[in-house]
Design a protein around this ligand. Sequence first.
Ligand SMILES: Nc1ncnc2c1ncn2[C@@H]1O[C@H](COP(=O)(O)OP(=O)(O)OP(=O)(O)O)[C@@H](O)[C@H]1O
Length: 259
Amino acid sequence: MRVVVDGVTKTFKDKKGREVTALSKIDFAIDRQEFVVLVGPSGCGKSTLLNIVGGLLSPSEGSVYFDGLSSAGSDPRLGIVFQEIALLPWRTVFENVIYGLEEMGISKKEQKEKGQYYIDMVGLTGFEQAFPKQLSGGMKQRAGIARALAIEPDLLLMDEPFSALDAQSRTLMQEELLTIWNRTKLSTLYVTHNIQEAVYLADRVIVLSRHPGKIKEIIRIDLPKTGRDQEEHRIQFDEYVKQIWDLIRHDAQDALKEG
Ligand SMILES: Nc1ncnc2c1ncn2[C@@H]1O[C@H](COP(=O)(O)OP(=O)(O)OP(=O)(O)O)[C@@H](O)[C@H]1O
């Protein structure tokens, strides 16, 4: 799916009833089979923007288009993965993964085939009958990804999906996500505040600044999609990280002061 975000502005009312502009005149596109990462300091509006694209929030101004048509509210063609994966605790991994398929009303046989296919894809084979409380953080995240993929969405939205994981699990999940992405080639919008993660995953990185959230720069990561972390690409990889950090540093310092 091709996504166009056109002139999106979002204002909220703060506790004192004053208008706060969280996002101001945001324009960008996500091409078919493109992995776009939104990066920026705390409070720059990354989650707000992702929620607007996902139809969970409506913009104050501007529009979002899916394949040229104005999007309206939640759309069955979207798969969404949040930081806190809300698996249903009384359902097994398998039952959680097929949740969206049940809602779509497809046959039991197809639910079983698709559910198993995506459970295998995320590396949870053997855990079909486990309950969420029996899973590690990384496994829960895998189950959440399988659930989002099972509906075979046209657009995948991910909001800091690995930020609750320890550093090692996070690295492994990033690798795994790229492997999965290479198989599905889904148009993806991914939010993170982790610059290395952005450079590792993205075709393009959109750097946002804060107060109000605006696009500061869009950077194409001109490295092969797999093996970016290998020695031969290290200098270029580090240059991208530095370039993005230089764009964010000032805002990040301000965010830190404001707490
Ligand atoms: N429901 C809301 N009501 C009022 N203000 C809000 C609301 N949601 C977000 N904001 C404000 O909008 C701005 C952007 O918030 P948002 O959560 O999108 O930023 P973010 O970049 O995702 O931050 P973080 O990295 O800390 O999650 C912030 O100033 C935030 O306080």
